[in-house]
Write a protein that binds this ligand. Structure first.
Ligand SMILES: Nc1ncnc2c1ncn2[C@@H]1O[C@H](COP(=O)(O)OP(=O)(O)OP(=O)(O)O)[C@@H](O)[C@H]1O
Length: 568
């Protein structure tokens, strides 16, 4: 998969860089000319040579500046595009993908691996192209000056190869492992920071430190291996280059003494030699950099290649008025774990239904398949007779407003939280009404910045109950057909819950929408129009609380156990 492109801007930058390198090739010739002058006089030829040298240096400076800017800015532009592409893709990936990932690892892939690609595009490619041309140009010039000395200079290639090829191969492997190790370290670090309260309250600092230390040590040992190789390559190359320079100098000096080489040519050779050492090393690094780039490309491509959720845009026409949500013979399994089997259920506008069952029975899963967070394995979900899959995901999810069991408050202001995903501009008055409904109005009014008060990461500055109420207010602001409350009031005291439930009853009537409640607390569900009792992966009975108490022994037992739990 091609993630980066060679664009005209990049080519322009590389071309300028080539011009700068070629200009550099002229300098040693000028120096040679200068040294070989019979006599120095601040006029005529010497002046011209110095002036030309100065012009070359200034020209080189200007061209290199422009070239560096063109190349770097093109790299930044492409990295921006790639990051946006990755962000878009990540947002479209199905829920099951995230169930198998540690979010920090994914973040590292998106941030660090993209940086590897950037440096390949903006450093390796230009350095290799200009480096190769500099080497070629140097060889042509030096050959024309003195082929014997050039052949001696050429020995630098096999000698350099002796060092860089075997060590480079090892460092390729290390670089690849280091990227994975860095991703794992990012994963565990971000998780431990996110779960810092849990860590503190469980006195789990040493456990977390041990886990993170393993990753740090893993990265450390890889870095040490890389350090050893770098430490070997650098001095070894310098030493070998020094020996070769000595050989060139000694051989050159003999030739000067015998009169078969001018001092100026020897000086020019020295300059060329120093000029090509850098390019030779850069070109030698190309293969290991390329390997690293291919590794990063593979990992990024894996994310981009993941099948996204169905993004069909189709907008079905849904008749106005009452809605009937139906589940017929719905079955679903998480990988190999069957959770729902042949579930039947119906919810109508204006109705309040409840999903009840022991912990782990599959209630939240049922809510998740209704909202199509997970696709069904079998069965059918429909709204007014139209299959859920006839609607685009966006349209379908727009029919539901969901308050989840977990904290879904985001960093940002109260306003940001209330209007998250709202596809219309909500006037402040409406936001205050929603806050009043969940009894948060007074609290927010007292905050110095009111609706624009910041809440910290995941709403850290709110109490658990305040967070739940904010999420309910957010859900109520949306235009929906069914409100799904998954243990949405479990953190509230009984009185506040009652007040909010009564407000939601009112809202249901005014909006003519349905409500699906998942809760263990009996008071939350007993007055539902219909209760679906889930056991053994399916709905084993449905009816009002009284009907189920009368007819279903399992339900009676569940209620009894719940009462005991609530009293204790
Ligand atoms: N993302 C997931 N991947 C794999 N298994 C899962 C996943 N989410 C839930 N499960 C499993 O599915 C089963 C049903 O879980 P679910 O959360 O739907 O139960 P629940 O009835 O809502 O429970 P509770 O009352 O405790 O919230 C459990 O066995 C759970 O371990």
């Amino acid at each position: 998969m091609k993630l980066l492109r060679i664009t005209p801007r990049l080519l322009g930058g590389i071309l300028l860089s080539i011009i700068a390198s070629l200009l550099n090739l002229g300098l040693p010739l000028l120096v040679r000319h200068f040294i070989n002058l019979k006599q120095f006089a601040w006029s005529g030829l010497s002046k011209k040579v110095l002036l030309l040298g100065g012009l070359i240096l200034i020209g080189n400076l200007l061209i290199s500046t422009l070239s560096d800017y063109l190349i770097s800015s093109e790299g930044d532009r492409q990295v921006r595009q790639l990051r946006l592409r990755l962000q878009k893709q990540v947002l479209r990936l199905p829920q099951k993908y995230f169930d198998q990932q540690i979010s920090g690892n994914l973040t590292s892939r998106i941030i660090n691996d993209v940086n590897v690609l950037r440096s390949f595009l903006t450093e390796t490619i230009p350095a290799t192209v200009t480096g190769s041309l500099t080497i070629l140009g140097t060889m042509l010039i030096t050959f024309s000056l003195d082929w014997k000395l050039t052949l001696l200079m050429l020995l630098v290639f096999p000698i350099d190869g002796l060092v860089t090829v075997p060590l480079g191969k090892i460092s390729e492997v290390i670089a690849d492992q280091s990227q994975s190790s860095l991703a794992a370290l990012t994963g565990v670090t971000s998780e431990s920071i996110k779960q810092i309260k849990t860590v503190k309250l469980n006195n789990a600092e040493s456990d977390v430190l041990a886990k993170n230390t393993r990753e740090i040590n893993q990265l450390f040992s890889l870095s040490l291996k890389a350090d050893r190789i770098t430490a070997m390559i650098g001095p070894l190359q310098s030493m070998l280059s020094f020996c070769l320079i000595m050989a060139v100098v000694l051989y050159g000096a003999i030739r000067v003494k015998t009169g078969s080489l001018s001092t100026g040519t020897l000086g020019a050779f020295m300059m060329y030699f120093f000029q090509i050492i850098g390019p030779i090393n850069n070109v030698a690094l190309f293969y290991s950099d390329r390997k690293q780039m291919l590794g990063a490309t593979r990992k990024i491509s894996e994310i981009i290649g993941e099948a996204a959720e169905d993004q069909a845009k189709g907008q079905q026409v849904l008749e106005q008025g009452s809605s009937l949500l139906k589940l017929d013979q719905v079955s679903f399994a998480y990988q190999d774990l069957p959770v729902l089997e042949k579930v039947n259920l119906a919810a109508r506008s204006g109705e309040k239904i409840a999903l009840v069952g022991a912990t782990g029975a599959g209630k939240s899963t049922l809510a998740n398949v209704i909202t199509r967070l997970y696709p069904l394995d079998a069965g059918r979900i429909s709204l007014n007779g139209q299959a859920s899959t006839d609607f685009s995901l966006r349209q379908w999810r727009g029919f539901f407003s969901v308050v989840l069991q977990e904290n879904t408050v985001i960093s940002g202001s109260i306003r940001d939280n209330l209007t998250l995903g709202l596809n219309r501009k909500a006037p402040d008055q409406e936001l205050w009404e929603a806050l009043a409904m969940v009894r948060l109005e007074e609290y927010v009014k007292k905050l110095p910045k009111g609706l624009d008060s910041l809440l910290g990461e995941s709403g850290a500055r709110l109490s658990g109950g305040q967070r739940q109420r904010l999420q309910i207010a957010r859900a109520c602001l949306r235009d929906f057909k069914f409100l799904i409350l998954d243990e949405a009031t479990s953190s509230l005291d009984a009185d506040t819950e009652k007040i909010i439930m009564t407000a939601l009853d009112q809202l249901r009537r005014t909006k003519n929408c349905g409500q699906i409640t998942i809760a263990h607390r009996l008071a939350t569900i007993v007055n539902s129009d219909r209760i679906y009792f889930i056991k053994n992966k399916t709905v084993i009975a449905s009816g009002s609380h009284d009907e189920l108490m009368e007819q279903v022994p399992d339900y009676r037992r569940y209620v009894h156990e719940q009462q005991v739990r609530e009293k204790s």
